[in-house]
Design a protein around this ligand. Sequence first.
Ligand SMILES: C[S@@+](CC[C@H](N)C(=O)[O-])C[C@H]1O[C@@H](n2cnc3c(N)ncnc32)[C@H](O)[C@@H]1O
Length: 302
Amino acid sequence: MKTSILYSEIKTQFGKKFNFLKDKPEETVDSTLKACWQCASGNPMSAEEAIKHPLPALNDKQLKQLYSLLEKRLKNVPLAHIVGRQNFLGIEFLSDKRALIPRKETEILGKKAVELSFELAKNRDSLRVMDICCGSGNLGLSVAHLNPKVQLFASDLSEEAVELAKDNTNVLQLGPRSVILAGDLFSAFDNNEYWESVDLVICNPPYISSAKVTKMDEEISGHEPVLAFDGGMFGFKIIQNVIEKAPTYLRKGGWLIFEVGSGQGEFIMKMCERTEKYEDVTPITDEIGNIRVIAARKNQKE
Ligand SMILES: C[S@@+](CC[C@H](N)C(=O)[O-])C[C@H]1O[C@@H](n2cnc3c(N)ncnc32)[C@H](O)[C@@H]1O
């Protein structure tokens, strides 16, 4: 059967049955079908990437495989886990159960981190960047991939996430410019080789309150690690620690940049200001004006 006719038939059969989550706006009926189609053909790619590619013809075995992938999706297995890929800032990352699936909203943080890395790298040969709570490595590895002056030091409490981040490092061939270790926040780098030497600390911490974590959609709670979401009773526990500890690692004038939940921004900006360790605390908003990222510059004078 002609590929376009087969595609229309499958779209009619499955199209209305998918459940889409708000925080994955790149997933539509077409991008889901196309990502599964490419994966069944033996060329796995993310939803965002698949939408740009023509569909190859499928043989009988591949067609059977396509149906099996679509059935999985109907059971609310995340698309990124089915195809094993998620796109972040235009870069294809491996994605599986070992870590959070990078979200589109985190690209606000990613883009600002890349921009800051270029600003800080002016007149410099190299730049030290830390990605704390690195998960699959999407933030730090994107910055290192896009800015060749970056030396990356990343860590996560989850050994499994660190393994996935290392796999992504290998795919992107960033091994020589990356150190990825397991540890609680900065602990893997807690020695004088790192103190007051880092230009940019990036962090997308868990920031959902423990009570809300128990009410997350099954597609999330059944497939992604709870450690990636739970920010304690009010959601601030991890970020408060990061704000307090980052100045030990940042050089004077270096930046801490991190994501916050909608509605948390004002409170967390005050938290940064109260430490008196940062001289410039800047909010970055999404397209509807919510503060979703905070950039805080370590004091240049002690
Ligand atoms: C919201 S996810 C962010 C993952 C990735 N950076 C991203 O943007 O998609 C938070 C990450 O923090 C890690 N984490 C939770 N508590 C931690 C801690 N105390 N120290 C280090 N990492 C922690 C989780 O394992 C998870 O990978």
